[in-house]
Ligand binder design. Structure first.
Ligand SMILES: *[C@@H]1O[C@H](CO)[C@@H](O)[C@H](O)[C@H]1NC(C)=O
Ligand SMILES: *[C@@H]1O[C@H](CO)[C@@H](O)[C@H](O)[C@H]1NC(C)=O
Ligand SMILES: *[C@@H]1O[C@H](CO)[C@@H](O)[C@H](O)[C@H]1NC(C)=O
Ligand SMILES: *[C@@H]1O[C@H](CO)[C@@H](O)[C@H](O)[C@H]1NC(C)=O
Ligand SMILES: *[C@@H]1O[C@H](CO)[C@@H](O)[C@H](O)[C@H]1NC(C)=O
Ligand SMILES: *[C@@H]1O[C@H](CO)[C@@H](O)[C@H](O)[C@H]1NC(C)=O
Length: 238
């Protein structure tokens, strides 16, 4: 009888630990990361409130977003630790000022704080604050999108358009995995009717962001599958 009691107690205890485990890992429910780099001139065209007269002409970090394949609204604002920049070394801070500037208001710290609190908290079990920013910076250093596109003769141009696959192929040739592109409407585009599809489409869209994807542990690069550009519409890079 005593034997039975203690093994029952053991089972109850084990189950309680199991529940705690599920709850602590279930908070940031994600299965992969999207590493998003933005083209500041497009951010400034669409937001119209950039601080600098001439935005930077290099791709800079927007964020590292834990994401869920089956749920397009990513986990956000999870119960992690709040942003605390004393946890990031001065050297990393200097690196982030170059790689992850706030292109709109110019308050970099506020931008980092917003990205950590919204996204980073959902993957804190994998990357703590220091690691979250370090990993992002390392990705930016490893994959210089401006350089990759230039190498493929895709350079800023006021009117030229590229296809989605022109741009994706150039990046994939270097990263070996499929990126996703994100576009914004081109204010200069016109609507053109496409009788075959029974609808009108804009004549162009603007390249805004390039996404590289990483597995759950933020180590292995994987294919992305969540493009945000209109199919069959030419892409301007300007
Ligand atoms: C992804 O989202 C779905 C739907 O909200 C949810 O059921 C699932 O648990 C999430 N996946 C992970 C790995 O958390
Ligand atoms: C965070 O914790 C609070 C209180 O413990 C809870 O009400 C809330 O649902 C949690 N939020 C998430 C995203 O887990
Ligand atoms: C920020 O982190 C430092 C170092 O870990 C700690 O001493 C400090 O109390 C933290 N501040 C807040 C507001 O959590
Ligand atoms: C920038 O943002 C940080 C964090 O939100 C805030 O503490 C600081 O006062 C802001 N700086 C300026 C100059 O607005
Ligand atoms: C990325 O490439 C661009 C264009 O070749 C170059 O100007 C820039 O210095 C590079 N950035 C880094 C961090 O290597
Ligand atoms: C430049 O382009 C060639 C193919 O045209 C590719 O093999 C090479 O990896 C690219 N290099 C860089 C640094 O983008």
């Amino acid at each position: 009888m005593g034997m039975l009691k203690s093994s029952l107690a053991f089972l109850v205890l084990a189950f309680a630990f199991f529940l705690c485990f599920i709850m602590s890992t279930g908070d940031g429910s994600y299965n992969y990361f999207q590493f998003v780099q933005q083209w500041p001139p497009t951010t400034c065209t669409v937001r119209k409130k950039c601080s600098k007269a001439r935005p930077l002409q290099i791709f800079t970090i927007h964020g590292l977003w834990p994401s869920n394949y089956s749920n397009p609204t990513m986990p956000s604002n999870c119960n992690g630790s709040q942003f605390n920049f004393t946890k990031v070394s001065p050297q990393l801070r200097a690196d982030l000022e170059r790689s992850w500037p706030d292109v709109e208001s110019g308050n970099d710290t506020r931008f980092w704080e917003g990205e950590w609190n919204k996204h980073g908290t959902c993957s804190e079990q994998t990357l703590n604050q220091m690691q979250y920013f370090q990993r992002s910076y390392a990705m930016w250093r490893s994959y210089n999108i401006s350089k990759i596109l230039k190498n493929a003769s895709i350079v800023p141009h006021p009117t030229q358009t590229w296809t989605y696959s022109d741009i994706v192929s150039a990046i994939k040739a270097v990263t070996q995995t499929t990126p996703s592109l994100r576009c914004k409407p081109d204010p200069a585009a016109q609507l053109k009717s496409h009788p075959a599809q029974h609808k009108s489409l804009p004549t162009s869209q603007l390249l805004h962001e390039v996404v590289l994807c990483l597995g759950y542990n933020a180590i292995k690069q994987i294919d992305c599958n969540r493009p945000k550009c209109q199919h069959q519409v030419g892409i301007k890079f300007q």
